[in-house]
Structure formats: C-alpha cells, structure tokens
Write a protein that binds this ligand. Structure first.
Ligand code: GDP
Ligand code: K
Ligand code: MG
Length: 303
C-alpha cells in the first residue's frame, strides 16, 4: 500500500438504519460499483461488508450492516448487540432513513440506540427521488425527520442512493468528520471481500428477486470453481436449500427458474469482472444443521 500524501484523511463510515431504507444501495453508489446486493426484501444483507472509496482527499471505508430492528427473539438481540459494536467502532455514522415515508418506531428505536455513542451521526434522508407513499406531503415527512434529529443535534443530508443526487454533498459532509490518516487499503480496491464472495452474493440476490418469499432466506450459495480463461471465466456454483420442495421451486418448470436466475446473475458477474462469464448452477438439498455449518464457514468461522 502506498504512503498517503501529507494531510490525507481516512476513516471508517458506518451505514446503519432499518431494513430496506437503502443502506446497501448507498454503499454501492459511494464506491461506484455494485459490491453489495440489494433488494426490496428485508435481510438481504447478511454480513458486514466493507466498501472502499479512495479520492484525492480521503479514503472512506464504508461498513454496510444488516438492518436494525427491535429484537423479537434471541437472534435479534445478537443483531442489536453487533450493531452497537459497529456503532462504537467507526469514525462517523450515516443513519439512513426512508425519505418516502415519515419517521416511525423503527427509526426511533435506532435513535435510542445512538443515545450513548460518541460517534458523530449524520441523518441520511434517502430516496428523495421517490414519490412519498401513503399520500403524505414531503414537507410533513421532512418535518418528522427534523424532529428525530433535533434532540441529538444531528446534521441532515438529503440524497438518492439510487440516482446519485446529493451524494457529492454527503461525501463533503463526511470528509469533515474524518481525521488525517493513512490508506487502510490499496487505493484501487473497492471492497475487502474476495470476488468469489460477491459472485455468490450476486446469485443469492437473483434468488431473492425472482423467487420472492417462496425460498427462505436461509438459502446458501457456494462458488466451487472459478477458472479464468483468456476469453471467458468459467464459474461453477452450488445453491443449498433445506427441502426438496424448495429445490423444485428453484429449478422451476423445465428448469426455467434456474435458467432465469443463472442468466441474470451471469450478467451481474460480467459487470463485476468486466469480462465474459460462463455460469453453471447446481441445486442441492441439505438439512438445516449442515447448512448452518456452511453459513458459518461463509462468515469466516472455522467449522
Ligand atoms: P437495505 O436493506 O437498507 O440495504 O436496502 P437496499 O439497499 O437493499 O434497498 C432496498 C430497496 O430500496 C431496493 O429495492 C432499492 O432499489 C430501493 N432503494 C434504495 N435506495 C433508493 C433510492 O434512493 N431511491 C429509490 N427510489 N429506491 C431506493
Ligand atoms: K434490502
Ligand atoms: Mg442491505
């Protein structure tokens, strides 16, 4: 890693918020490349994922997180505990909210979590490109977020993570909160995750988008082979499900669903590697305990 120029700034930017407010979309927009998968489905993001933006002035390491919601069970408590750790371990936070709808209990729950942190918070009012839902007035919506921010003295930044509107301003606001520091990552790197991990995620994204709620979120994907040839990169991947019925849905009539998943994922992968991809998908049924081992391995644990 090269030595950063005199006065160079760097630091970690945590992206938090309710599910589906656009955290992963924001990270992709900031780094200028799709590294985190996004979908209208909650719990699309499973792991903490870092996205790196290196500009002549600063290096930002964005930390995308799974959405925070009020815990209804033990696993939820773990999520909240992890979120708290994430909150305290970054230099600045973007608390993303959905600007197409008024502030709700979910946002206030997170605001309360932020009560005791020393980390500076920017309230990121996202989706300004979108028409307000539920016939609400934009002025009214904005007012509810002004009130959310007020007791904490949070600065508000308005933007669209989807179109990029307002993103440069957000970048400026963030720079002001960074201290002088080194390059934490090589300047040309956009994520801390290996390409293989993102490839698996791109397949999982298409499964979420195309099968919707029919295949549970527990589906796991492994990338088994990546062979780079001069003209094409050959990728073999396995999708693990828990039941035969789920395998049936994934494969579809005459293999139509798997074909659709494969061709959409392949297109995304071609963008990722900027080259041609040949993708072959396999579907395997595996009982839950085997899957959870797989999942742990995916998260970097030794199993
Ligand atoms: P996350 O769960 O907070 O990571 O949210 P995602 O990034 O997965 O986005 C959830 C949904 O909101 C997806 O369908 C996105 O396309 C959509 N979305 C995110 N940002 C924007 C935005 O600025 N404008 C609009 N119209 N949609 C957005
Ligand atoms: K989502
Ligand atoms: Mg996400």
């Amino acid at each position: 890693i090269p030595v950063a120029p005199e006065g160079y700034k760097s630091g970690f930017v945590g992206i938090i918020g309710r599910p589906n407010v656009g955290k992963s979309t924001l990270m992709n927009q900031m780094v200028g490349q799709k590294i985190a998968i996004t979908s209208p489905i909650a719990q699309t993001t499973r792991n903490r994922l870092r996205g790196i933006l290196t500009t002549p002035q600063a290096q930002f390491i964005f930390v995308d997180t799974p959405g925070i919601h009020k815990p209804q069970h033990k696993l939820g408590e773990v999520l909240v505990r992890n979120a708290k750790i994430a909150i305290d371990s970054v230099d600045v936070l973007v608390f993303v909210v959905d600007g197409a709808v008024d502030a709700g209990g979910g946002d206030r729950f997170i605001a309360d979590l932020l009560n005791n942190t020393k980390t500076p918070v920017i309230l990121g009012l996202n989706k300004i490109d979108q028409e307000p839902v539920k016939n609400q007035q934009r002025e009214y919506i904005d007012q509810t977020y002004t009130e959310l921010a007020k007791p904490h003295n949070w600065q508000i930044a308005k933007f669209s993570a989807l179109t990029g509107e307002g993103i440069e301003t957000l970048e400026q606001v963030l720079i002001d909160h960074l201290e002088p520091g080194p390059y934490y990552y090589p300047p040309d790197l956009v994520t801390d995750q290996p390409e293989r991990f993102i490839m698996g995620e791109l397949i999982r994204e298409q499964i979420l988008l195309l099968t919707r709620e029919e295949v549970p979120h527990s589906v796991a994907v492994t990338i088994d082979v990546v062979e780079e040839d001069v003209k094409i990169t050959r990728v073999l991947a396995t999708i693990y499900v828990e039941r035969d019925s789920q395998k049936g849905i994934l494969i579809g009539k005459g293999g139509a669903m798997l074909k659709a998943i494969g061709s959409a994922a392949r297109e995304q992968m071609q963008k990722l590697i900027a080259g041609k991809v040949y993708l072959e998908l396999f579907v395997k049924v595996q009982p839950k305990w085997r899957q959870s081992r797989l999942h742990l391995a995916e998260l970097g644990y030794r199993v």
